[in-house]
Design a binder for this molecule. Structure first.
Ligand code: KPL
Length: 326
């Protein structure tokens, strides 16, 4: 079985840590706060499965796992308290938490044989990490699994999705392919739908374009995802953001599936009652992922000499509201 270090115990980190533990893998979770560590050690990491159980049942269907927990600032290498390096380090922190300092720490503590798997939305973090982590040890994962943190602090599994795994850099090596195959196999054993992707940058961009339409608009209009399909004028805004994103992707030679617009509408329908992560951040007065999503598009567009006027407006509006608790 696999040895996993999951960095971050938010919604996605908890989902992966709990399901991997349940499947019999060795899991270690790394958190930043001592109180969070104590909480997990005392009560375990809890996941409410609202996907395979009905709503009334799911409140009781809590899956609890007791992974090893450690603090981010500790000196020893990952897996050391267990005597063995992890096979995979799942980086499940927000994109905005991926700084040079985090990359440096990760590079120092990852050991020589682990693979770092990035689960973040948006773009830009791989470049930050590649300055500190050997580029050939970096994997990128794009996931459409849905999870959110409940008011009680448990993670709720809200939507079954798909996870694609690929090499973060351009070079394709045999060892990286073997690692990707292992990861996919172990994720599948834990009940996830997972697959290797030879063109992960297309997957990254497709998710980016979907996030860049749904997330800021739901955050600005304060509506759940499905409402975008009903509000007057929202359809035009969605389409304008989408078209600008597609123009940029085409200019960069990024291949997009022809039915991407339909996929975007399907995400709104499938997650109709969910609040996007950006809306949740805005409502809680937290910083959002706007710099990684819309900001990421704007930075690339700027380098390519392409204007994205609707994205720029949306970016400025989110920046103006960010950080004020509603
Ligand atoms: O990924 C999402 C998010 O909430 O971050 C959705 C809304 C499903 C797509 O943008």
């Amino acid at each position: 079985m696999g040895r996993f270090t999951v960095i971050g115990a938010g919604a996605l980190g908890t989902l992966f840590a709990v399901r991997l533990s349940e499947a019999g893998h060795e899991v270690e979770v790394v958190v930043r706060r001592a109180e969070r560590k104590a909480e997990i050690e005392a009560a375990g990491l809890r996941l409410i499965d609202a996907v395979s159980r009905s709503e009334e049942q799911s409140a009781r269907a809590v899956i609890t796992a007791f992974p090893r927990v450690r603090l981010w600032g500790e000196e020893e290498a990952f897996g050391e308290n267990n005597g063995r390096e992890p096979h995979f380090i799942l980086l499940a922190v927000k994109q905005s938490a991926i700084t040079g300092e985090l990359g440096l720490e990760l590079g120092r503590r990852m050991g020589s044989s682990a693979w770092v798997v990035c689960l973040q939305n948006g773009i830009g973090h791989l470049e930050t990490l590649a300055a500190h982590v050997p580029a050939e040890r970096l994997l990128s994962a794009v996931t459409t699994e849905g999870a959110m943190i409940s008011t009680a602090g448990e993670a709720v599994y809200t939507g079954c999705g798909m996870t694609w795994v690929g090499a973060a850099g351009k070079e394709r090596t045999e060892v990286s392919e073997i690692a990707q195959k292992n990861l996919v196999f172990w994720l599948q054993l834990a009940g996830f739908s997972a697959s290797m992707s030879k063109n992960i940058s297309s997957r990254i961009w497709q998710k980016l374009l979907i996030n860049a339409v749904i997330n800021p608009l739901t955050a600005l209009l304060r509506v759940p995802n499905g409402e975008l399909l009903n509000l007057p004028g929202a359809g035009e805004l969605m389409r304008a953001l989408y078209e600008e994103g597609v123009t940029l992707a085409r200019a960069l030679d990024i291949r997009l599936e022809p039915d991407l617009w339909e996929q975007l509408l399907e995400v709104c329908r499938r997650t109709a009652n969910n609040r996007s992560s950006m809306l949740q951040d805005v409502m809680a007065g937290r910083l959002t992922e706007i710099d990684a999503i819309t900001g990421g598009l704007l930075r690339v567009a700027d380098r390519s000499g392409i204007a994205l006027p609707t994205h720029l407006t949306v970016y400025r509006l989110i920046k103006a509201t960010e950080g004020h608790r509603l």
